[in-house]
Design a binder for this molecule. Structure first.
Ligand code: SF4
Length: 99
């Protein structure tokens, strides 16, 4: 189950460095993810309409390798901003509006 507010357009990306290629996300959202020749998951399309299947896939990924950003609000939806430990390139704690 998901509790997030899903609407608008999302940017979806898989962190190949974190992905183990388990395929769980493909099972959750076969229309949105596929395992590539590198044995890592890839989003079939980077920009998609908000979709519960993608949210489920992001939530079931044990590596939190699926990154989803709302293009409407600019907020990162997955991994949740208050749980994710950035490994380097992302600037955390920008603040901003809550909804
Ligand atoms: S569930 Fe996560 S770790 Fe497993 S293939 Fe998908 S993105 Fe990679």
């Amino acid at each position: 189950m998901t509790s997030a507010h899903h609407e608008g357009q999302w940017h979806v990306e898989v962190d190949a460095a974190a992905c183990t290629g388990s395929g769980l996300c493909v099972g959750c959202a076969p229309n949105h993810f596929e395992i590539g020749v590198d044995h890592r998951s890839h989003a079939k399309r980077a920009v998609v309409a908000a979709d519960d299947d993608i949210a489920d896939a992001a939530e079931c990924c044990p590596m939190e390798a699926i990154h989803v950003v709302s293009l409407d609000s600019g907020r990162r939806l997955y991994p949740p901003e208050d749980e994710w430990s950035p490994t380097g390139s992302v600037t955390a704690g920008r603040g901003g509006a809550h909804r």
